[in-house]
Design a binder for this molecule. Structure first.
Ligand code: FO1
Length: 330
């Protein structure tokens, strides 16, 4: 069975961890894993150069989470981390003192940067790093090109300026109203090797509860990826990142507001669109509190279901993954 997941950071990583637990139960490989082949196509729009190293937040969040090394409470970065280097760097007044690169996390960025400087594409570098963490999936960046999400914010009464997404998200906690998002470098980008094939050859494509704008939206914006999702023979099922009108993680509501989409399970589904009507989804899983959304969407041709969708732990997430697969007959 081939499963392809389009993922951002924390939400997508946690969902995939539950999905792997479910698949290990249903299709065991006898070694605690699964015979199913899972590919994660991850957003790299949050990536940035900092202190001379290339930081890939969503790739690393998926790699660390599935590799068992993630700082569980944060959802990103390494467990048992320290920040001696980052603290000392601040003394030089260099870089972003509000963006902490942990000491162990730095090893990942240094290794990645060295391999990139040797001329290897990000997809090959990611595969190399995953040899250590054995995430149990094929982890692909959405593209090997540098595409960085920037946020247009007001600058004084009449001006506007561009902030890197991480500055808007971490330094300003998404408080500055985002007028729009710009993926710098998008026009030159093509899907990374294996991405289109993973979408084309999948038995199911899943959009987990990641940020629909800056994570899922950015991946779908890479020329060729959205078309591959629309064209795949696999059913495409999404899990709402919004429960009861509130974004579960991060500041998805600030992002949705920026593109004029209401923060609701129904509005996000309609934003992503039904595949038979120029969208990308066939089915949409919502939380039990959003049962009305499921009913409204079902009336418009959606395949929907309302189940508890809070990913409180791995078993709960495995049940959510089972409900998502169940929605498309798997
Ligand atoms: N998020 C924060 O809120 N504060 C940080 O200092 C921070 C540092 C950081 C370093 C490496 C990395 O891979 C992620 C980091 N994040 C931090 C999380 C990051 O903002 C998010 O993981 C994604 O951008 C959103 O998915």
């Amino acid at each position: 069975m081939k499963v392809t997941v389009i993922s951002g950071g924390v939400g997508g990583a946690r969902f995939t961890r539950g999905l792997l637990a479910l698949l290990a139960e249903r299709l065991p490989d006898g070694k605690g894993g699964t015979t199913a082949a899972v590919t994660v196509v991850a957003n790299t729009g949050d990536d940035l150069w900092l202190h001379g190293v290339r930081v890939c937040p969503d790739l690393d969040t998926v790699m660390y989470t599935l590799g068992g090394a993630v700082h569980e409470d944060q959802g990103w970065g390494r467990r048992a981390e320290s920040s001696r280097v980052s603290t000392d760097l601040a003394s030089y007044d260099v870089g972003w003192e509000w963006f902490t690169l942990g000491d162990l996390d730095l090893a990942t960025h240094l290794a990645r940067t060295q391999l990139l400087r040797e001329g290897r594409p990000l997809s090959a570098v990611t595969a190399h790093l995953c040899r250590r963490w054995e995430p149990g999936v094929t982890l692909l960046p959405m593209t090997d090109h540098e595409v960085e999400t920037h946020v247009v914010v007001d600058d004084g009464p009449t001006g506007q300026r561009l902030l890197h997404f991480e500055e808007w998200w971490v330094r300003h906690r998404a408080i500055l109203p985002a007028r729009r998002f710009v993926q710098v470098g998008l026009e030159d980008a093509v899907p990374a090797p294996g991405v289109v094939e993973a979408l084309r050859d999948a038995d199911v494509v899943i959009l987990p509860p990641s940020n629909p704008v800056v994570s899922i939206g950015t991946v779908l914006a890479i020329p060729g990826i959205r078309d591959a999702v629309v064209a795949t023979r696999a059913p495409v099922v999404g899990v709402s990142p919004v429960i009861g009108g509130a974004a579960v993680r991060g500041m998805a509501d600030a992002c949705l507001q920026a593109i004029g989409v209401e923060t609701s399970a129904e509005a996000v589904a309609r934003h992503l669109g039904l595949r038979t009507r120029d969208g990308v989804l066939d089915a949409w899983l919502v939380d039990t509190v959003d049962a009305a959304a499921a009913t409204a969407l079902a009336r418009d041709g959606w395949s929907t279901r309302a189940v508890p969708t809070l990913m409180t732990d791995v078993p709960a997430t495995a049940r959510i993954a089972a409900a998502a697969l169940g929605l498309v007959g798997l």
